[in-house]
Ligand binder design. Sequence first.
Ligand code: HEM
Length: 512
Amino acid sequence: MDYEIAGLLISLLLCVAWAMVTKRKHRRLEELGRLPPGPRWWPVVGNIFQLGWAPHVSFAKLARKHGPIMTLWLGSMSTVVISSAEVAREMFKNHDVVLAGRKVYETMKGDFGNEGSIITSQYGPHWRMLRRLCITEFFVPSRLDAMRSVRGRCIDRMVQYIEDASAGGTTAVDVRRFFFLMSFNLIGNLMFSKDLLEPKSEGGAKFFYHVGKVMELAGKPNIADFVPILRWLDPQGLRRKTQFHVDKAYEIAGSFIKERMESLEHGGIHNEAERKDYLDVLLEFHGTGAEEPSRFSSRTINAIVFEMFAAGTDTTASTLEWAMAELLHNPRVLKKVQAELRSRVSAGKKLEENDVENLPYLKAVIKETLRLHPPLPFLVPHMAMDSCRMLGYHIPKETQVLVNVWAIGRDPKTWEKPTEFMPERFLEPNAVEYKGQHYEFIPFGSGRRMCPAMPLASRVLPLALGSVLYASDWALDDGLRPEDMDMTEGVGIALRKSVPLKAIPMPFRGSL
Ligand code: HEM
């Protein structure tokens, strides 16, 4: 009992001390220059209670009152939220470098460190080297062309699994699960030329489990991010648990790397047609040894491998689940996209990547999904590497910068009927693109930190969606009516449906 009272007193004292420190810090920053406006904050907690269950929605509401560039205090973390295309343009055109740092959260910080991490690297030579590798080796059109058959195979397999799971169109399937498995299998093949989810794959299922756990933990709000004094305590155990699963995943990926190195030492060719996968690229890397290493350590390779799974699976699966949900919610659009598919793809053939060029409505459905449901509604949090002045406001060094692309994609000043799912808006001449130049539509970001895998995602998303729509007719489970569907958003590492989409695929016999 005495210990409990002592503990309570110490916590209270710590909080009071912390309140005084944060108050002084806020005042000092306010004195340094005019910060962007924002709501009133409380000592210690700042504006945490205004985060709500869906921070992108809460912040969009606050921005209506405080403006498209707004300051919030998440505990002691000063945060600037950008909520309009005009301010995003200013950020990416005129302050891209200074705001290209990364806010690194506690769960991303374990003793696996930032070595090899593209996502958490601060802007600088190490990040530039990794980024160059992504742009010139992983996601370059020639490599993507060479790996076309890998994508086709993973998607065909998904279509087959869906058909098997639905027992010929009688049982509803959890749509997201299949998209997630496909994305995971695809990245496994791009990285290692391995079908990690095949029953005979040694370690594949365990790797899947540990990567999934890390993503689940990383998506949870962590009090230690907001109240640094609690960092050493790790009160929710999130950092410790993440570290455990990262170590396990690294152990398994490490065994794949070792196996490949041994095979190469013995003159082995690991796959047909001598096609290079990403692991080959990483093992063959020769740097200058000055600002970049001459060879990658296995730890760096592990981090890069891990990060491709973390960055590529949830984002892809969430986008595809939302696309299916919106189509079932809007039967008119579903009918139109299926009619396009079935009129342009010859009977008896399956959908190929080359066909997608002639399927403008399918591509518009993907864009409209990314507008309404960007999987990373705040991008990946940026950080000011130095203080700067933007639109007359002072942005202090180390401020977290969140670009609310969810709010920008629904801004009524830009979009007609912004909350309606209308792919037709992307068929108009001069319609905006998501390549980072049209700031009203930036689901992949813009500027230096923009998603390097956009060219891969642009190929996978329409092919995967088109393939499941071409192969089957879809109906909602349990006679649910489209207008009664629950379209609430849930927050994890990516913006997903709160209630998983369950739907029945009825094989379309005219297709194959
Ligand atoms: C629907 C699909 C995807 C979307 C919408 C998406 C979106 C994004 C966004 C918004 C960012 C952060 C940009 C910023 O901070 O300004 C990002 C970063 C990144 N994405 Fe993607 N992404 C997708 C798929 C993928 C895939 C499939 C991979 C890899 C296989 C990938 C790898 C990465 C990496 C490595 C970064 C970090 C870049 C850096 O920090 O420099 N993404 N992505």
